[in-house]
Design a protein around this ligand. Structure first.
Ligand SMILES: NC(=O)c1ccc[n+]([C@@H]2O[C@H](COP(=O)([O-])OP(=O)(O)OC[C@H]3O[C@@H](n4cnc5c(N)ncnc54)[C@H](OP(=O)(O)O)[C@@H]3O)[C@@H](O)[C@H]2O)c1
Length: 241
């Protein structure tokens, strides 16, 4: 087996589409064994089939709704059982439902906080003992510039991503003495399924999912002594409003 990540095992949540899928594909192409996951079983099976053998790595699918702590535990244990350990965790699963405080539906509030914030806690909590045991593990949390810049209509999304920023910094401090690096990646607009439809053909000015996977792959090449703990990335030329 060849590739810069040969022998590494990676788990990516929300990896049937968009940013998560691009990260899973590039990790597999670099030789890692990857576990792909989302809530939708058929998408998980198809994505694992498509990525298995797409490079020198391997892919396996395990469905998981990250809102469910027990499913998160099974996801991590299933990964370790299948590939013998865990080196890289990418907490990517997330969604956005945008409405003002006056109009935000409590169910939409709940799904965003439980997916974008609680989900990261559940999966990370299950994964940390394995990342520590392997030595040199890495957690990437996919945050957002919305974790720093609030906007009208972002009451739930901003809350989840501001929360994730604080949580990620605390995790980084908890884990660095254990040899596990933790990084928050904060993208601006990325052309994915995030806004409820297929990627926008007019969205060439936006970041592409591959721009975010490139950040992950580049960071993984840093020497052990270096911990790039936060990356902001935005479109270079947004249209003038
Ligand atoms: N697109 C942007 O402009 C942008 C900007 C900054 C940050 N981000 C962040 O990037 C991450 C990925 O978003 P994306 O743009 O790639 O969106 P996307 O194309 O809609 O993909 C989201 C993925 O997450 C999965 N997912 C959603 N809810 C889940 C749950 N409860 N449990 C497990 N998987 C779940 C989806 O599959 P199922 O629905 O089948 O479960 C899908 O695979 C999110 O955390 C988002 O907040 C996006």
């Amino acid at each position: 087996m060849s590739g810069t990540l040969a022998g590494k095992v990676a788990l990516i949540t929300g990896s049937t589409k968009g940013i998560g899928r691009a990260i899973a594909r590039e990790l597999a192409e670099a030789g890692a064994k990857v576990v792909v996951s989302s809530r939708t079983e058929a998408d998980v099976a198809r994505t694992a089939r498509e990525l298995d053998g797409s490079g020198s790595g391997a892919a396996h699918g395990i469905p998981c709704d990250v809102r469910d702590p027990e499913a998160c535990r099974r996801l991590v244990e299933g990964t370790v059982e299948r590939f013998g350990g865990l080196d890289i965790l990418v907490n990517n699963a997330g969604l956005g439902r945008f409405a003002t405080i006056q109009e935000m539906d409590p169910e939409d509030w709940d799904i965003q906080l439980r997916t974008n914030l609680d989900g990261v806690f559940h999966v990370s909590r299950a994964a940390v003992p394995h990342l520590v045991a392997g030595g040199g593990g890495w957690i990437f949390n996919i945050g957002s510039l919305a974790g720093r810049n609030a906007f009208s209509g972002g009451v739930a999304y901003n809350a989840s991503k501001f929360g994730l920023r604080g949580m990620t910094e605390a995790m980084m401090l908890d884990l660095r003495d254990e040899g596990v690096r933790v990084t928050l990646i904060m993208p601006g607009s990325v052309n994915t399924h995030f806004f409820g439809s297929d990627p926008d053909p007019e969205g060439g000015w936006k970041l592409q999912a591959e721009d975010i996977s490139r950040v992950v792959l580049d960071l993984l090449a840093f020497p052990d002594r270096a911990l790039p703990s936060k990356v902001e990335i935005r479109p270079s030329r947004p249209p003038n409003e």
